[in-house]
Design a protein. Structure first.
Lengths: 101, 672
């Protein structure tokens, strides 16, 4: 007997909120990236939970795509962080504020 | 077959291109290109003339379709009927003679810029010839404007002198003012009739005639006017262009100043091309004007007034070319009077005669100017009679024609014009009587100023060193003078109305010629029917004979010439006109026409323009600038949102999403 779908949704909402909190409060770029990962995986949990609930594989396939996307995003993100560190000797995201008007 | 007809106009265009591009490397700086082209045009014109007299009328309105819309097609075409065939010969002949004369007047006098001069002459001849055989009003308008442009270029040929540059500008602007009305008229005619063709079934004079006279079909009028009134308005709008180009009162002021151009150019402009274009246009669409008694009356009255007005100013001028300039204005007034009085033949006849004798007089004055080492003041001349017999006798022939002395050409046409005016004036058009009276008085002045000019220039004792020792003139000057002298003397014999009546003979050749081989809508016969139709002009003829009016005008011309003879044909003439006192001052200043027009420009137009400029600068620009500064200012404030800190962006993103969710939720009813 599988647990009801609401449990998964609560889990997913909790993970998403942790990720959001991390993005809004952390200054370290690596933490930032991790928080983004958390939010993406919260979405993945949703996908799989509903896929399981409806007995339909589409959601699972989508979550595979999301993982590939997340991997690509991390690759780009780490690249940016490396350049950031090289230029500012720091990983604080509030430091580079010059690329505005 | 008229396949070569386009070449009549295109040959001078080729000479324009040739003279412009390689004129500098040619012998005589491009003159020969022009002479060959004009000779070719003349031959083709004569050939077209022969074909027309063989009974063919060439009407090809759709040689080139320019715009093909649903209801309106704009086309270039060629119309060669008796009137345009006659005019083609006049234009190409005078232009050819002017080219030949230029060899003596421009080349031999060592002028610079000759390729430009010959190129402009070529362009001028091209535009005028194309105007003459244009088959529709829009094409005519375009070449009318091109003629105006060429006159600007040629009057300003010596553009380094300030007076020539300003005269050129004046000629352009004043004629443009009239052309503005012409343009509105063209648009009005196309909007009303859906066509601008001059001749053939479905042309605008025919459509108007059907609606007004035949009662078939109707025309769309605008401004709530009746059909006849609308036709009158359209006719008068087109007449605006005519008044500007043909130098009729009040737009005549540019013409005397146009004397700043080379004398050869004056001969071309005033005899056969630009100024003739206006009168020719009235003759071209005479079938349209004949529908409106008001328009005809205005044409006649403006013409009669201008004839008298300009003749009085010619009396006091001291510059030989200025006298001729005022005589030109006056003579074109006669033509307008003739056309307005319903004398289509008379007006066209005078147009032809005037083209020859005025070209002769201008070229003659050009010859005098060469003789006098470029002196134009008649008081410094005198006694040239024996030293330059060819110039003298040809000039005399032209003067006799201009003054209207029997049997020279001007007499026959001027007499016919005055007779027509009196003829219908006594019938049922009392307005024409006023125009007739002015034309008749002008005959006296014409005789006077013409012979004042002749006597001062050629008779008496030489009054300066230049006159005692004149510069000789060559064959290129004499040949055109002789050709034109013969024409000015004899061309009048083609339409001797009084003699025809007297002998009861059928010798009104010009009348028959303009009547055409068969009756069409542009033949004289048709025009006369229209003229007498009570739904059209409704002119009623009186039964007056041609002898008495003819004798009267001849007597007046002789009286004028006689007075000039008495006052000026003495060894040492005195400036008698100075005794006129304040009248002379008035005439010398041309009735202050220039002054009042300058006042109109500076006192009325300029303040209006200034006010309009102010409105543009403050209200229109203010609105535009206001909008841009508001968006600029708000942009300056809103950009502060962009802090550059990623966290802030993420917060905004989140808040935006939340707000969106709340809004969607409220409207989607999630919280109910």
């Amino acid at each position: 007997m599988a647990p009801p779908v609401e449990y998964y949704l609560f889990l997913s909402a909790a993970v998403f909120c942790i990720g959001l909190f991390g993005i809004l409060t952390r200054r370290n770029a690596l933490m930032f990236l991790m928080s983004v990962e958390l939010m993406l995986n919260a979405a993945n949990i949703n996908f799989i939970a509903f896929s399981f609930h409806h007995g339909n594989l589409t959601g699972q396939v989508f979550s595979l795509f999301t993982m590939a996307l997340a991997a690509a995003e991390v690759a780009v993100g780490i690249g940016i962080i490396l350049v950031l560190y090289r230029n500012f000797q720091d990983m604080d995201v509030t430091k580079p504020a010059t690329m505005r008007w | 077959m008229f396949e070569y007809a386009p070449a009549i106009a295109l040959l001078p265009f080729v000479s324009f291109l040739v003279a412009l591009s390689v004129g500098n490397y040619m012998p005589k700086k491009g003159a020969f290109a022009g002479i060959v082209a004009m000779g070719g045009s003349l031959l083709l014109s004569v050939w077209a003339f022969l074909r027309v007299s063989g009974g063919e009328v060439y009407n090809a309105p759709d040689l080139y379709t320019w715009v093909a819309a649903e209801e309106i097609t704009l086309q270039f075409g060629i119309l060669i009927d008796p009137l345009s065939a006659m005019m083609l010969i006049i234009v190409s002949l005078v232009s050819l003679l002017v080219h030949v004369f230029s060899l003596g007047y421009m080349n031999d006098e060592g002028e610079t810029g000759l390729p430009r001069y010959y190129a402009e002459l070529g362009l001028f001849s091209f535009s005028m010839l194309a105007f003459v055989y244009a088959s529709n009003l829009l094409m005519a308008f375009m070449f009318f404007e091109l003629v105006g442009l060429c006159s600007y270029l040629l009057i300003g040929f010596w553009f380094r002198t300030e007076s020539a540059a300003s005269a050129a500008k004046k000629a352009f602007l004043v004629t443009r003012f009239g052309d503005y009305f012409f343009l509105i008229g063209v648009v009005g005619i196309i909007a009303t009739f859906g066509t601008a063709q001059f001749a053939g079934e479905g042309s605008f004079p025919v459509l108007a005639e059907h609606a007004l006279v035949g009662g078939e079909g109707s025309i769309d009028t605008f401004l709530g006017l009746g059909e006849q009134a609308w036709v009158t308005v359209l006719g008068l709008l087109v007449l605006g262009g005519v008044i500007g180009k043909s130098a009729q009162f009040p737009l005549h002021t540019w013409l005397p100043d146009a004397m700043e151009g080379p004398t050869t150019v004056s001969a071309l402009i005033h005899a056969a091309t630009m100024v003739a274009a206006g009168v020719y246009l009235v003759a071209r669409m005479f079938g349209f004007y004949a529908l409106s008694p008001t328009a005809l009356g205005i044409i006649a009255f403006v013409g009669g007034f201008t004839a008298l007005f300009a003749a009085t100013m010619g009396v006091v001028k001291d510059d030989i070319k200025r006298v001729l300039a005022y005589s030109t204005i006056s003579q074109y007034g006669y033509m307008m009077l003739g056309l307005g009085a319903g004398g289509f033949v008379a007006g066209s006849f005078h147009l032809m005669n005037h083209a020859f004798f005025k070209a002769l007089l201008f070229l003659g004055s050009g010859s005098v100017i060469i003789l006098m080492h470029h002196e134009q003041d008649m008081w410094k001349m005198g006694g040239l009679k024996d030293k330059a017999p060819v110039t003298y006798y040809t000039f005399l022939a032209g003067s006799l024609a201009l003054a209207g002395i029997i049997p020279f050409s001007g007499f026959w046409s001027k007499d016919e014009i005055l007779f027509e005016a009196l003829h219908y004036g006594l019938g049922n058009q009392p307005l024409l009587l006023g125009a007739y009276a002015m034309g008749l008085i002008a005959v006296f002045f014409t005789g006077f100023y013409t012979f004042r000019m002749v006597f001062l220039t050629f008779h008496g004792e030489p009054r300066s060193d230049d006159a005692r020792d004149p510069h000789p003139v060559g064959w290129s000057v004499k040949i055109p003078l002789v050709v034109l002298g013969l024409l000015a003397t004899f061309i009048g014999f083609v339409n001797m109305v009084p003699v025809a009546e007297l002998l009861n003979a059928d010798i009104e050749f010009l009348h028959q010629w303009l009547d055409g081989p068969e009756e069409t809508i542009t033949s004289v016969h048709h025009y006369e029917e229209l003229l007498h139709n009570e739904n059209a002009a409704h002119y009623v003829a009186s039964d007056i004979g041609p002898y008495l009016p003819g004798a009267l005008s001849l007597a007046l011309a002789l009286a004028g010439a006689g007075l000039a003879h008495k006052l000026y044909n003495v060894p040492d003439p005195e400036p008698h006109t100075e005794k006129l006192g304040s009248i002379r001052t008035l005439l010398k200043h041309n009735y202050y026409q220039d002054e009042y027009q300058v006042w109109l420009a500076e006192g009325v137009t300029q303040p209006i323009a200034r006010a309009a400029n102010k409105f543009d600068q403050t209200v229109v620009d203010g609105a535009v600038n206001g909008i841009s500064s508001v968006s600029l200012g708000s942009g300056q404030r809103v950009k502060r949102i962009q802090t550059g800190i990623v966290t802030n962006y993420a917060a905004l993103l989140t808040l935006g999403l939340v707000a969106l969710l709340v809004v969607v939720g409220l409207y989607g009813g999630w919280f109910v």
